[in-house]
Design a protein. Sequence first.
Length: 407
Amino acid sequence: MKLDLEFVRAQFPAFSELSLRGQAFFENAGGSYTCRQVIDRLTRFYHERKVQPYASYEASRLGGEEMDEARRRLAALLGVETDEVSFGPSTTQNTYVLAQAFGQMLKPGDAIVVTNQDHEANTGPWRRLTDRGIEVRDWKIDPETGHLPIEGLKGLLDEKVKLVCFPHCSNIVAEINPVAEIAALAHAAGAYVCVDGVSYAPHGLPDVSKLGADIYLFSAYKTYGPHQGVMVTQRALGEALPNQAHYFNADVLYKRFTPAGPDHAQIAASAGMADYIDALCTHHKAGDLSAAQRGAFAHDLMRAHETALLQPLLDYIAAKNSVRLLGPRQAERRAPTVAMVLREPGAAVAEKLAPKGIMTGGGNFYGVRCLKAQGVDPAHGALRVSFVHYTTRDEVAKLIDALDEVL
Ligand SMILES: Cc1ncc(COP(=O)(O)O)c(C=O)c1O
């Protein structure tokens, strides 16, 4: 089944926005366009339901129901229980809160494993636990390829390790890590795993139960939704970790790691992400599938399209002597988030691409450790071009032409 791009693009108002016409969007890893289902729900919430939710008057009841619907439907697509899904202001905020909880649960002398492939969000807050006497062990990438070798993890695991934190795929290297294999290794050693799925989820929601992740995090605003962080916390772990919310909310799993009041409107609007995935399935005649199967169907549709567009771009970049491509050259091994190191600073090249109708970015993308580990000066930074399933072949061709002019 081929992705119907005309249908897909009709779901994103940005593509009919006059002010964006002629602009090819290649900064999706920073934040995707928002699908109309989410925008419609957000607008409706602010117009009709912007009251304290969960009371018995109609507007309030509907608002509360819509917030529950968002968690229920996203959980079903992710293959987890409804109360295992919670929202926070961002993924960085979510890992920060989780790190507080682990800091209270672990004892001095316990160890956690972190990587230098991660965005700072899934490494910095964990590293700070050294303040509490917790040992932090570094799982390091290969400096040439950016690859995170499983062998490296094996050498770090022992009975002291209680948690392994790593990305599903990095926002710079973009190689897809074998989450299920890593989780199995960590579990066998008695450790939990916390997976940063921010760079992966926009390319298709995973079945988190199959991945075996105890914690799986992603950002809705990079996944066609509103500016929220989505957090899956597997029940046994969520109940074992100390509650970070008001004490009287401790019994409600999805409230335990949300100390601040939730953003009602944005949570409700997140149900639009599920609407979009369902619309994609219905349009492509997926048939009568369970929610997790619909998630997988949409995932495979997106992935096939993205991979087909990505390979020519990778081939083009790999053939340029003046360019260092970060991460794998094979499209199947990575997400379509392509960072490259150039003679000029990444941001300077992004600036030259802007007048050519290419929206992209340059810099360190908060992957400072990841760049340094590959011998790249974060101040020089990388140019990063990133796309998702709504991107067309013509846009990729336009990008290649523009790169040809500036490199
Ligand atoms: C891989 C990855 N993890 C985490 C984050 C942080 O997400 P948030 O902005 O929701 O805190 C980002 C943001 O760019 C990211 O790319």
